[in-house]
Unconditional design. Structure first.
Length: 558
């Protein structure tokens, strides 16, 4: 795998075998226990419920959230989630199955890009793939269903196809690129062009590469992009021309330029802090070695990776007024590839120091996980003592593997092995924490289980002042949302063909005594998070019984 250890590694695994073993183990760690907690608010539950309503209504072109059309994102993520629900059933497993597969595909694509960038050196490409698969931000993206995992996969596929064509003239690479770009456009719109464009610029910038001529393959690729990427948009615009302004201004310009448009305003330095933090420890390795090595000693290829794959997209997303940490997921393949380059190029004593430092960090973190059940109360968490078992076993395995391989493998190879073992342990140990703290993490499954235990799971549910798609997903039906000032409940209804959406959304400020009496005749359960607003106590007074499940209060009549 490394210069002084290639023969030792090849006696056990080839790079291909090691890659597939890593993917198999990582995929298993992702999937074990993935159904033990329900979809969480808000993003994951939103995608899950829209996909469920698509399957129930058989309408694949007009996404609906709680019975109201929802066009905030293009439909590919909803379609893929619906495929997952078909394969895994209407469960959290079905919701999270395809994002896990998308992340595993990203690892494969980073390996493929590494083979190209490292001039066919598969061991170095393997290093980059393992570094990528053990990044905290990648782990987060796999267990939190959003558009970003799919977008990153498609951007990587487009970048790989593009580089394959410009690297060795493979014409099929152009079709892979344009198809992936079309699907990326159906995932999140124009932002899907950012990484492939930077990869293309980085391929040529100051490298003296021979420019390839424009051919009919390019033209057919563009046609493929138009047919795939613009199909859904053009259908809706043909149906209603108002969609053109809605997509171009409301969900492109406004999302980038208006800090308050979608409630995701963050300071300009948000990514400068969070990106390195969610890339530990490899982001630190990259930054330290970049400073230590200097710009002049860095080959032009890797200068371009740093400049165009990492820094330029980071600046671009930092300029955006709408920020979430997973928006910058596409920079992390560059982080993994450049970190792998530095890891291979550094002197042996520096690799040894990095190995010892990272090993010490992982041991401390696993010790903290072992002790977490006894600190849970102080941290406002719920965690029983059995949760210490998995990190404890992982810690023992990590230390035993370190002792067993200390003379059989070089420090750098041990670093990758230790990083893999830590990642697997972390993924397995996170599942009990998520399951036992589902309510604190904005999950609703414990409330649904309590309703079922009380024999009220078939009653209508009135949700007070909360947008709660996780409840609809868990029960398989849309609840009644009662608006009482929460802006997240102000839905976009300008494209609704009828007024049927009023059956699932009511304004409490327009309530009359007859409205409440009509609802109570259906023997509903009123679900309130915390307290009702001052002046609206009249909503709960008529109910004779009350239950509490975490921060939720359930009001009902027998």
């Amino acid at each position: 795998m490394f210069q002084q250890s290639g023969s030792d590694i090849r006696k056990v695994f080839s790079a291909h075998q090691a890659l597939w073993l890593f993917i198999l183990v990582l995929g298993g760690a992702f999937l074990v226990g993935i159904n033990s907690w329900g979809p969480l608010e808000s993003s994951e539950a939103r995608y899950a419920e829209i996909a469920r309503e698509m399957l129930a209504g058989r309408d694949w072109l007009h996404p609906k959230l709680l019975g109201i059309e929802h066009f905030h994102k293009p439909p590919l993520t909803y379609w893929l989630t619906a495929v997952g629900l078909t394969l895994g059933g209407p469960t959290a497993l079905g919701v999270r199955l395809l994002p896990v597969l998308a992340v595993l595909a990203q690892v494969l694509l980073v390996y493929g890009l590494g083979v190209l960038l490292f001039d066919g050196n598969r061991n170095r490409a393997l290093t980059a793939a393992i570094l990528y698969g053990t990044l905290p931000v990648v782990l987060i993206s796999s267990l939190n269903v959003t558009t970003d995992a799919y977008l990153a996969t498609l951007e990587l596929a487009a970048a790989y196809g593009l580089l394959r064509h410009y690297h060795d003239g493979r014409w099929w690479g152009l079709y892979v690129c344009w198809l992936a770009l079309g699907l990326a456009f159906l995932t999140k719109g124009p932002v899907g062009f950012v990484l492939p464009l930077m990869v293309l610029v980085g391929y040529y910038f100051r490298r003296g590469q021979t420019r390839r001529p424009f051919t009919w393959h390019h033209l057919l690729g563009v046609v493929l992009f138009v047919l795939v990427g613009l199909s859904w948009y053009m259908f809706l615009i043909a149906e209603n021309p108002a969609f053109l302004r809605y997509f171009l201004v409301g969900h492109t310009v406004e999302r980038f330029a208006n800090a308050e448009a979608f409630g995701r305003a963050k300071p300009w330095w948000f990514y400068l802090v969070l990106a390195p933090a969610t890339g530990l420890p490899w982001s630190v390795l990259l930054m330290v070695q970049a400073v230590r090595t200097g710009w002049r000693k860095l080959p032009q290829l890797w200068r371009n990776v740093l400049l165009f794959w990492i820094l330029t997209p980071l600046v671009f997303f930092s300029l955006s007024q709408s920020k979430l940490i997973l928006y910058v997921l596409p920079i992390f393949p560059g982080v993994a590839l450049l970190a792998a380059y530095y890891l291979h190029e550094m002197p042996a004593d520096q690799r040894r120091n990095w190995y010892r430092g990272c090993l010490g960090l992982w041991v401390v973190l696993l010790l903290a996980l072992v002790g977490l059940p006894w600190l849970a109360k102080e941290l406002n968490l719920t965690l029983d003592s059995s949760a210490a078992l998995l990190p404890g076993i992982g810690l023992v395995v990590l230390l035993l593997s370190t002792w067993h391989t200390r003379r059989r493998l070089p420090d750098a190879a041990q670093l990758l092995l230790a990083g893999t073992l830590f990642t697997i342990t972390l993924l397995l140990a996170a599942k009990p924490l998520l399951r036992q703290n589902e309510l604190a993490l904005n999950g609703i499954r414990p409330v649904v289980e309590r309703l079922r235990a009380e024999g009220m799971d078939q009653r209508p549910v009135l949700v007070y002042n909360e947008l709660l798609p996780s409840l609809a997903f868990a029960q398989g039906r849309v609840p009644m949302s009662l608006y009482a000032g929460n802006t997240y409940l102000l839905r976009e209804t300008q494209f609704e063909p009828t007024a049927a959406w009023h059956h699932t959304w009511l304004n409490t400020f327009a309530f009359t005594p007859n409205t409440l009496d009509s609802l109570r005749r259906q023997r509903p359960v009123l679900l309130v998070k915390g307290e009702v607003n001052v002046g609206q106590e009249w909503l709960i007074v008529p109910f004779s019984h009350q239950l509490e499940v975490g921060q939720w209060r359930l009001y009902y009549d027998w």
